[in-house]
Design a protein. Structure first.
Length: 214
C-alpha cells in the first residue's frame, strides 16, 4: 500500500560532530522528547499495522506503530557513524547496496528484552540475503551491553550512544523517548519502514521482505 507523502526531508547530518555540541544536542533530544514523538507519528506516514493483521501473528505489541514509506516518499540517506562495543568502526554509507535493520535498545528495557530473541532469529534468517543488522544502545557501558548480548545470543554488533550523537542523526526518524525502535533502511540508505515499540516478528519480516524485493 502507498503511504501518504511525508513532509519534505532535509539531509541528516553525520553523527560525528564537535564534542562541544553534545550538551546542546542532548538538551534538544531530552527537552523535545514528548513533542518530537507526537510530530514523528504525525509526519512519518500512515500506520500500516492492519496490513499484517492475521490473528496474534500480526499484532504490534504495546503502543508500537508500524509505518512503511513508499520509495518515492523517502527522505535523504541517513548518515550514521560510530564505534561498536568490539571497537569496530561503523558507517551506514558502507552498507549502501544492502538492506540495513537498525534497532535502538538498552539492556534494562523490558520490551527490548522481549524482542531480542526475535531480532536475532530474523538476523540469522536474512543475513544471506544482503540484510545487515546494527544496534544502537542509548544507555549502557560495554559490561551491561555484552551481558545482554550473551544472555540473548545476539551476534550482530551494537554501538554505544550515551552522548546521543547517533540519536541526533536519527532525529525525525526515531523519537528520543521511543525505545525500542526499529528502522528498515533501503539500499540507498533511506528509511523505508519503522516500528516504534517492540518489533513484532511477523511485521518486521514483512517489512524486510518488501524492501529486499525492491
Amino acid at each position: 500500500m502507498t503511504a501518504p507523502r511525508e513532509a519534505a526531508a532535509r539531509p541528516l547530518p553525520s553523527a560525528l560532530s564537535p564534542r562541544g555540541a553534545r550538551t546542546t544536542r542532548r538538551g534538544l533530544l531530552g527537552g523535545a522528547g514528548a513533542v518530537a514523538g507526537t510530530l514523528l507519528l504525525a509526519a512519518c506516514g500512515a500506520d500500516t499495522s492492519n496490513r499484517y493483521s492475521s490473528g496474534d501473528s500480526g499484532y504490534v505489541s504495546g503502543d508500537g506503530v508500524a509505518v512503511e514509506i513508499a520509495p518515492a516518499d523517502r527522505g535523504e540517506p541517513l548518515e550514521i557513524v560510530g564505534t561498536t562495543y568490539d571497537q569496530e568502526e561503523f558507517s551506514s554509507a558502507q552498507h549502501h547496496g544492502e538492506v540495513l535493520v537498525l534497532n535502538v535498545w538498552y539492556a534494562s528495557c523490558p520490551p527490548c528484552r522481549k524482542e531480542a530473541p526475535n531480532l536475532q532469529a530474523i538476523y540469522e534468517e536474512y543475513q544471506d540475503q544482503g540484510v545487515s543488522f546494527i544496534g544502537v544502545n542509548v544507555r549502557d557501558s560495554a559490561g551491561p551491553a555484552r551481558a545482554f548480548e550473551e544472555t540473548f545470543g545476539i551476534s550482530y554488533p551494537s554501538m554505544p550512544d550515551t552522548d546521543a550523537e547517533i540519536m541526533y542523526a536519527l532525529r525525525g526518524q526515531v523519537a528520543p523517548n521511543a525505545v525500542p525502535s526499529t528502522l528498515v533502511i533501503d539500499r540507498e540508505g533511506r528509511v523505508a519502514a519503522r516500528i516504534s515499540g517492540a518489533a513484532d516478528p511477523s511485521t518486521l519480516r514483512a517489512m524486510i521482505d518488501a524492501v529486499v524485493a525492491e
